[in-house]
Design a protein around this ligand. Structure first.
Ligand code: SAH
Length: 217
């Protein structure tokens, strides 16, 4: 018998979603997207049995896939803004998991990753999902993606002490950005809205992210 079968099934995903609900995630759209996306396909084979635990997991290249609660919470915060997700930009595509969840909820997803080797892996991971509304880009997310801007929503999956100004510039009127802000160690999830009066910021939960770095490799 294949020992992984039971651990990577839809039932395991249902349990993950029930746990997210118990942890306070209430956006049914987010919960149903996370029920659909097979998270075990995004982690290394040896870790598949832990893919649905509420824990970050190593991705190689000294990076980690965010824990399910963090993915859920950030997308829930984005969706509780004045608009739908619309055209969405993700900084830090990693293994592509969060992009896959976003692609169930947004018409267009652009995901930037600075490590070419990880981006190649994300491409392979996403192929079986046939998520044709995701565009993966190799680049430095600090610069955003001027050729596709403006974005209705922007999600930053790596920590910085301040939000890169290019990302704020590329946020559409009525748009919303979510990013972990702070130094190494702990950061706070910060939500920035662009409205008629300019930019406004609200802070939410404490989180732990790998740092937002500069340049590409
Ligand atoms: N969202 C990912 C996990 C993010 S981990 C997932 O679902 O798997 C953070 C990622 O941000 C890492 O892959 C890291 O390489 C990337 N990153 C860090 N700085 C970056 C930058 N300036 N531009 C693009 N990606 C960056």
């Amino acid at each position: 018998m294949n020992g992984d079968l039971g651990l990577t099934s839809a039932r395991t995903r249902t349990r993950m979603v029930e746990r997210l609900r118990a942890q306070g995630i209430s956006d049914e759209g987010v919960l149903s997207a996370m029920l659909d996306v097979p998270r075990h396909l995004f982690v290394e084979e040896g870790l598949a049995s832990r893919a649905y635990d509420d824990t970050p997991l190593p991705l190689g290249f000294q990076q980690t896939i965010s824990q399910p609660w963090v993915v859920a919470r950030m997308i829930e915060l984005l969706r509780s803004g004045p608009r739908q997700l619309g055209k969405t930009l993700e900084i830090g595509a990693g293994c592509g998991y969060q992009a896959a969840v976003l692609a169930r909820l947004a018409p267009e997803v652009y995901a930037i990753e600075r490590i070419a080797g990880l981006l190649a892996r994300a491409k392979v991971n996403l192929r079986p999902l046939k998520a044709y509304n995701i565009r993966l880009k190799h680049g430095d997310g600090n610069l955003g993606l001027p050729e596709a801007a403006p974005f209705d929503t922007i999600i930053v999956a790596a920590a910085a002490s301040r939000i890169p100004p290019a990302l704020l510039q590329q946020l559409a009127p009525g748009g919303r950005l979510v990013a972990p802000i702070g130094g190494p160690g702990e950061q706070v999830l910060s939500v920035v809205d662009r409205n008629e009066r300019g930019l406004s910021e609200t802070r939410y939960d404490w989180v732990r992210f790998v740092p937002l770095l500069s340049g590409t490799e």
